[in-house]
Design a binder for this molecule. Structure first.
Ligand code: SAM
Length: 255
């Protein structure tokens, strides 16, 4: 079967890696589990070993009969684009464990959906492009640190579990991969002004090379910025990439 490049069809070839991904979700029998993009089922088989209530979403119509034949009556297979299904409707009910060897071209919109629906998921185990994994795990001050780091980490504890070299996929992609586990952050910081927190992150990183002041000056008055700097004790001559989460929260709460 010809692989569809546009669908990110790089299939994992090593069952022991698939077994490690499935094990990372700590699935109990009967638990509700989702898999995105089962492909020809290498990870699906390992997930099913834990006897969950599995729903898998696969966009490539040709793979549906292949999967149904491999795993008769063992899962609910939905032929759909995961970005287009009704998440509000489908996530009703028990907290879900989500696993995926992700088609990399849907990473950004999928992370946005997980951010919105995080309450419906107890554990998420994703194989992602290594570079994206580095961004999600980055610390303030590093090149990989950015808006997506802050947005995801204010909700999730994100653990980098292990790397997977490109050679373990067929066809071999141009990038290496990494497996991450997302769980709810035990104590989420309280934001007085969540909208402003998200706006500040977006504006602050709009141009990475610019100082905060320059990124913010067309959105706030000079007096506002002067007062913000004085009240927070945070210099607006700094760049967004040097600010940690607590400093962004301080600024957002004051604005
Ligand atoms: N899980 C398999 C494995 O580990 O070998 C396949 C992973 S492959 C990287 C990604 C899979 O996601 C492919 O089977 C592809 O057809 C499917 N896919 C791509 N875009 C999708 C989408 N928007 N919704 C659901 N499935 C999608």
């Amino acid at each position: 079967m010809k692989k569809l490049h546009g669908l990110g069809q790089n299939f994992l070839t090593d069952a022991s890696v698939a077994a490690k991904i499935a094990a990372a979700a700590q699935i109990q029998a009967g638990e509700e589990v989702w898999e995105i993009g089962p492909g020809i089922g290498i990870l699906t088989r390992e997930i099913l070993a834990y006897q969950p209530k599995l729903t898998a979403f696969e966009l490539d119509r040709r793979l549906i009969p292949v999967l149904n034949k491999k795993f008769p009556n063992q899962l609910q297979l939905i032929h759909a684009d995961i970005l287009k299904v009704d998440w509000d409707e489908l996530t009703k009910g028990a907290p879900i464990k989500l696993l995926s060897n992700l088609p990399y071209q849907i990473t950004s919109p999928l992370l946005a959906l997980l951010e919105k629906h995080y309450n419906s998921f107890s554990t998420i185990v994703l194989m992602l492009q290594k570079e994206v994994g580095q961004r999600l795990a980055a610390e303030a001050g590093s090149k990989a640190y950015g808006a997506i780091t802050l947005r995801m980490r204010i909700i999730f504890d994100i653990e980098t579990l292990f790397e997977v070299p490109a050679e373990l996929f067929e066809p071999v992609p141009k990038v290496d991969s990494v497996v991450l586990r997302f769980s709810h952050r035990a104590s989420k910081p309280s934001l007085k002004n969540p909208e402003m927190f998200y706006r500040l992150i977006q504006l602050g990183f709009a141009s990475r090379r610019k100082t905060l002041r320059n990124n913010l000056k067309s959105h706030f008055s000079a007096e506002q910025l002067q007062r913000l700097e004085a009240d927070s004790g945070i210099s607006l001559s700094r760049r967004a990439e040097s600010l940690n989460e607590a400093e962004f929260i301080t600024l957002a709460d004051l604005l």
